[in-house]
Design a protein around this ligand. Structure first.
Ligand code: FES
Ligand SMILES: [Fe+2]
Length: 373
């Protein structure tokens, strides 16, 4: 049982946390950041963010969501219907989910198919996107089937995730460690719509400054007040939330320290994906902006290890972690969303102890231009 195999990382993570516990400190950034509130309510800004989401390689689903040839996931990403499917050759491909006859979507949700048959007039495509069959083909003289396959966009499997870039193939943050290991099985998928801006929702995952006050009974009894490690990987980042029981590592020789079960890692995969690695299970949360004040959250949950026993533990763990903490966060972000239009704040302030958020806004601002300090 082990979700992190990198011992050096374990040891340095453990030492950094123990030092912070001893000194009553936390990792901090260099700057305080002021993010204009307009950036949370401007339709032009949202349009620019969606354009960015179509341009960058963005995680679409875990590789484990496509366990065999024919497995597919169809949903909208940045407002565009996509169909991601594992071919007979094992390769994951992404297509615009639109029939080349008159645009009907070929699939919805997730499943396993041998081919994709359009529900309207049954044009039929292979798993690799080739147009294979047109009923009553004599009605389309001159139709070249070889140029009427599904329109493919760039897909790439890395770090245990399928990344899709809809408009060109950008690069994935090189320095990121493996997030999901081969063999971690997926056991749950959920979707829900939230009446909040996607960035307000995202921000709640990547700072530990609020744990004591927002989660006094759910998370704080097991954790620390404002004690986190921050690691940056290109535009992405990782924030580490240690449990109080990590203190027992003080008496373990540094070379033998293992952090599994003693902390939670939260990866922010720029721009809109959060991966939470808990003791027995891993959550991949994709935040799809729908409007300035509406977000669809798609979540994929995986066990941290293969096998039935690990799966049963993961399911138990997920139930135990439960909903309380998530509901507490949702209450806060809903409250923020309501104040956004009130004119009370020209800017939101992010302190040195909220440096993952500062990093996010700095990187987003650099890509989109516009005002932010
Ligand atoms: S729209 Fe797909 S077959 Fe007609
Ligand atoms: Fe929270």
């Amino acid at each position: 049982m082990g979700r992190r195999t990198d011992n050096t990382d374990d040891q340095s993570v453990a030492q950094r946390i123990l030092d912070h516990i001893a000194q009553g400190t936390t990792d901090t950034g260099a700057d305080v950041w002021h993010e204009p509130v307009d950036n949370y309510r401007s339709p032009e800004r949202l349009a620019a963010e969606l354009a960015l989401l179509r341009r960058l390689p963005v995680p679409f689903c875990p590789s484990a969501a496509l366990p065999e040839p024919g497995s597919y996931v169809a949903r909208e990403a940045a407002g565009v219907p996509l169909l991601v499917v594992r071919g007979a050759d094992g390769k994951a491909r992404a297509f615009r989910n639109a029939c080349r006859h008159r645009g009907t979507q070929l699939a919805n949700g997730a499943g396993c198919a041998k081919s994709f048959v359009c529900p309207y007039h049954a044009w039929t495509y292979t798993l690799e996107g080739r147009l294979r069959h047109v009923p009553h083909e004599e009605g389309f003289p001159g139709l070249d089937k070889s140029t009427h396959g599904l329109v493919e966009v760039h897909a790439e499997e890395r770090l245990g995730l399928v990344f899709v870039s809809q408009e060109k193939s950008g690069s994935i943050d090189e320095q990121l460690p493996t997030i999901i290991r081969p063999g971690q099985p997926m056991f749950a998928t959920t979707e829900r719509e939230l009446a909040v801006n996607w960035k307000v929702f995202l921000e709640g995952f990547i700072e530990g400054y609020h744990i004591r006050f927002t989660h006094p009974e759910s998370f704080f009894p097991y954790g620390y007040d404002n004690l986190n490690l921050i690691d940056l990987f290109g535009r992405s980042s990782r924030i580490t939330y240690p449990f109080r029981r990590i203190k027992k590592l003080e008496s373990v020789p540094p070379a033998e320290r293992k952090v599994e079960g003693l902390l939670t890692y939260v990866y922010h995969l720029f721009p809109n994906v959060i991966v939470t690695i808990l003791s027995r299970h891993t959550n991949v949360l994709i935040l799809e902006p729908l409007a300035v004040d509406r977000t669809r959250q798609i979540s994929y949950t995986l066990a941290n290890d293969p096998g039935e026993e690990a799966m049963a533990e993961a399911i138990r763990d997920r139930e135990f972690v439960g909903n309380t903490g998530a509901l507490e966060d949702l209450a806060v972000v809903s409250s923020i969303q309501k104040s956004i239009g009130s004119g009370a704040n020209d800017a939101f302030i992010f302190g040195k102890c909220e440096s993952c958020i500062v990093h996010f806004h700095r990187e987003l601002g650099a890509l989109l231009g516009g005002k932010s300090t």
